[in-house]
Design a binder for this molecule. Sequence first.
Ligand SMILES: [Zn+2]
Length: 153
Amino acid sequence: MLKTVVIYIHFLCPVMDTIPPFTQPINREDFKYISSPFGSRINPLTRKNQWHNGIDIAVKNLKTKVYCTAEGIIEELNYDKRKGAYITIKHIGGFKTKYFHLDNVFVRVGEKVSQGQIIAIVGNTGLSSAIHLHYEILFNDEPIDPLLFNRTK
Ligand SMILES: [Zn+2]
């Protein structure tokens, strides 16, 4: 929680060079709504109260592309029975982003990726009840609400 406050203060200060200028992982025309926000929630599948480390983005279209939200390096590309096919990207300043429940993945571990690069297709892999993207932003491995970085270009 403290780190969230600290990063929020950083975000409001002009010391922007250590914070990646995150864009959105889904194009506007594919975006439907945020089906589950960041923070405390009742898990729709398990019905248990739990902390949600990211946001769930429901999409309008099949084969929706997932875009890298800031320049970085593919740190992790794996399959997990909860996360499905997922990617972790390491960015500057101790930041990481994570993308879960992916269908096709177009990158490999160690690859340098640029902002706006297509990295995958939105899927329904792992513990997921419908096609959606679970998206996380982490600072020093602590999840931050991605909507804090929501800005229009
Ligand atoms: Zn989620």
